[in-house]
Ligand binder design. Structure first.
Ligand SMILES: [Fe+2]
Length: 340
């Protein structure tokens, strides 16, 4: 059951400003995709065969690889700076290590075109071994993440992502950094939860992990060779963080998010976490995402179930779609009552 990708919004909602003057995204000039030297599989992190089979991709993490040309880096940085000047809603946290202006996919055509570039989706799909599309929640499809200026606030904390697939591109020059590497735990999330003393891996799925340091021998420390390199991961299955900075410096990463199009696998979107974000359109985005999943699964009923098959199969398929939609509606209305 392969879903069609849905377009990123072409109209900027009133709650976001539009970037007026920005470069035109040109994949021939701005992309310089080179395959990663190493792709780490879930089983290398200790995931068992059943756990691997429960996900559309067996990729855990890659080594850094070139994504952007020098012109692409310049254009992305220009867009990122222009976007911040729009003063978008910005996610922060008193103890946080990051500053996350929200809505780049709404405000910037360059970002939309970049994230929706078919060359990029195809390239990452080949690495993942499953078909990917730009994330159906535009807020998850494109995130800029900046280090705060106060060095003592640059401890991001270990966490899992709230989406399946992320491409973490270093937009600033990593050679100027003291600290600020990308770090990840070489192990399963169940094991990480044990080390962190939280028992349930669900507790790792927060934007800010307030966990102690993990044993050094289990941590991989990735230093990007230069701006424009990225690494690709299933960030909901690999505990990771940006290493704290040891002295103040510019550190900016740009993170396009992707979603698996094979809907035989469960939806990894972590709504209980995402619903807390300050993005003004996040609830509408989630409703649209669930509509996309339901439509695809109903198309599956129309296209594949045989007329001479048991009616129970039709009923079970319809019930399954309704269950997911009912749950989504409950979650959305729960938000409404929480806020009232
Ligand atoms: Fe992350």
């Amino acid at each position: 059951m392969i879903a069609s990708s849905i377009p990123l919004p072409q109209r900027t909602p009133a709650c976001y400003a539009s970037l007026e003057r920005e470069p035109e995204f040109d994949p021939a000039r701005h992309l310089a995709l080179e395959p990663p030297g190493r792709v780490y599989r879930l089983h290398e992190f200790g995931y068992g065969a059943d756990e691997c089979a429960a996900h559309a991709s067996d990729v855990a993490m890659t080594s850094p690889f070139r994504v952007l040309s020098p012109q692409g880096v310049t254009a992305l940085r220009e867009v990122g700076e222009g976007f911040r000047r729009l003063r978008p809603p910005t996610e922060g946290h008193p103890d946080a290590a990051y500053v996350k202006p929200r809505g780049a996919a709404f405000s910037s055509k360059f970002i939309r075109d970049f994230c929706a570039c078919p060359h990029l989706s195809q390239f990452l799909s080949a690495i993942a071994g499953t078909q990917l599309a730009p994330h159906t929640l535009p807020t998850l499809a494109a995130s800029f993440v900046y280090a705060p200026q106060e060095v003592e606030k640059t401890n991001q904390g270990w966490h899992l992502d709230s989406l399946g697939f992320a491409l973490v591109i270093m937009a600033s020059d990593p050679r100027t950094l003291d600290g600020g590497a990308f770090e990840y735990f070489r192990g399963t999330i169940a094991e990480a939860a044990l080390w962190a003393g939280v028992g349930d891996p669900a507790h790792l799925r927060t934007t800010i992990g307030t966990f102690p340091d993990f044993p050094a021998e289990r941590i991989a420390r990735v230093v990007y060779p230069e701006a424009g390199f990225g690494l690709f991961m299933q960030g909901n299955l690999v505990l990771h963080r940006g290493e704290p900075l040891r002295r103040p410096a510019e550190r900016c990463v740009f993170v396009p998010g992707f979603i698996g199009r094979d809907l035989r696998f469960p939806d990894p979107t972590n709504w209980p976490e995402i619903r807390r974000w300050n993005s003004p359109t996040i609830r509408q985005e989630f409703a649209r995402h669930k509509a996309w999943r339901a439509r695809t699964r109903l198309d599956g009923v129309i296209d594949t179930l045989p007329f001479d098959g048991p009616i129970e199969s039709f009923d079970a398929a319809l019930a399954d779609v309704m269950r997911e939609l009912d749950e989504a509606r409950r979650e959305l209305s729960g938000d409404a009552s929480d806020r009232s």
